[in-house]
Design a protein around this ligand. Structure first.
Ligand SMILES: [Zn+2]
Length: 170
């Protein structure tokens, strides 16, 4: 089997940040998948399932209500490794396009109060596993990553060049 593109990123050198994961063409439409990397792999603790679940509900609801983007949001959901989320939007976009939406989404989540949207047994498959306090904390930490982000937080680490074998190093 072919290795899918997201497994080809060097996660040992990946920082928390906001990245274009991949783009797909479906019919005449391009879909852009963003990597919302909340935690630096192997350097920070991953999010708890309760935090991720609360953030999934809060952020997805916020994005789907955003006047500028709501019609383009295809999917927002957690990565299995619990270091971030994927966001899929209809259209061909870069991180500079989506940055304002992601920034205001996590700003909103970091200060969220009240009932988490869709958090009832009728609306969700396991609504007891939500931790709003952790979610707000993770959102605040990620918001800080975003507002102080540098180039390396918007571009995946470049693949290291393999050393050519058989050549003597001088
Ligand atoms: Zn749910």
């Amino acid at each position: 089997m072919d290795l899918i593109p997201s497994f080809q990123i060097d996660h040992l050198r990946l920082k928390a940040g906001l990245y274009v994961s991949c783009k797909y063409t479906v019919g005449y439409e391009t879909l852009t998948t963003f990597d919302i990397r909340v935690k630096r792999p192997y350097q920070e603790n991953v999010m708890t399932t309760g935090s991720m679940h609360a953030l999934e509900h809060i952020c997805a609801t916020y994005m789907r209500n955003d006047e500028l983007w709501k019609d383009k949001i295809i999917y927002f959901g957690p990565m299995g490794c619990r270091t971030g989320f994927y966001l899929i939007v209809a259209g061909d976009f870069g991180t500079e396009d989506i940055y304002p939406l992601v920034e205001r989404t996590f700003d909103f989540a970091s200060e969220f109060e009240g009932e988490i949207p869709g958090a009832t047994p009728k609306e969700c498959g396991y609504c007891v596993d939500m931790d709003l306090a952790e979610a707000k904390n993770d959102a605040a930490l990620y918001y800080n990553v975003l507002i102080s982000a540098k180039k390396e937080n918007f571009n995946y680490p470049k693949p290291r060049k393999k050393k050519e074998s058989g050549k003597k190093e001088e």
